[in-house]
Design a protein. Structure first.
Ligand SMILES: [Zn+2]
Length: 250
């Protein structure tokens, strides 16, 4: 695959990003990086690209490896790339170059709308210095479809596509009802909230989120659920009526 590098400079609160002014990914904020040339190590390429695009000179030992992400464009396989990601644990002064315009952002306020679709799922993790190994899938010219993590935790995040305004509100109400049910001590009221949540879901064609499905009994709406892990499955058993359900752990 096509090897690329990506370097972020970040301290405790801030991160230096740069907007690409032309070419692939133009108009988007990102870290610094580019292609690994023939005969070049990934680390050397990361340092060279950083220097070319920002004027910042870094030493090999200053670059901490924080992850590798395979970007997979399902409809544009020629764009596929393996991105090797590094972190420098301080912010340095970057110059504006022909290709890149630098700007410092607060880590908790990144411009995700002007970044690659899907960045919000992994950039915050590496900025916390957690190592990531993942695959990101896109449709079209870069519309996020899903991210599959190997590290730091096995998890898949899938975009909820084509969800209407009405369904968004329904999903919110379902979440609120579950929260109410959790806090409620009286058993009959708990069940009432859950029944209502289920009804809203059915009426608006919204499925109850997977995590919530596992905390109540489908049959009697009790929240007294025992979880038994039998890899690769998890079995939930209702302590009230005995109803069992099997879920895949993935
Ligand atoms: Zn039950």
């Amino acid at each position: 695959m096509n090897d690329k590098t990506l370097v972020f400079l970040a301290d405790k609160k801030n991160v230096l990003l740069a907007m690409k002014k032309k070419g692939f990914g133009s108009g988007k904020w990102n870290g610094y990086g580019g292609k690994v040339e023939k005969g070049e190590t990934i680390l050397k390429a990361a340092i060279r690209e950083l220097k070319e695009e920002s004027g910042i000179e870094a030493k090999e030992k200053e670059l901490e490896f924080v992850g590798k992400i395979s970007f997979v464009f399902l409809e544009k396989p020629e764009w596929n790339q393996d991105v090797h990601i590094f972190l420098i644990k301080e912010i340095r002064k970057a110059i504006e170059t022909e290709e890149m315009k630098p700007k410092i952002f607060k880590k908790n306020n990144l411009p995700f709308k002007q970044m690659w679709d899907g960045d919000k799922h992994w950039i915050p993790i590496i900025l916390e210095k957690k190592e990531i190994i993942a695959k990101l899938e896109f449709v079209g010219k870069g519309v996020f479809k899903k991210i599959i993590f190997e590290k730091p935790f096995k998890k898949t995040i899938i975009k909820q596509e084509n969800i209407s305004e009405r369904q968004k509100i329904a999903l919110e109400r379902i979440n609120i009802l579950f929260e109410l049910a959790r806090k409620q001590k009286e058993e009959s009221l708990k069940k009432k909230y859950l029944k209502l949540a289920k009804k809203i879901g059915e009426r608006t064609n919204v499925s109850i989120p997977k995590e919530l499905k596992k905390i109540f009994c489908k049959k009697c709406f009790s929240m007294k659920i025992k979880k038994i892990e039998k890899k690769p499955f998890i079995i939930t058993k209702c302590e009230e009526c005995g109803f069992e359900k099997k879920y895949s752990l993935k």
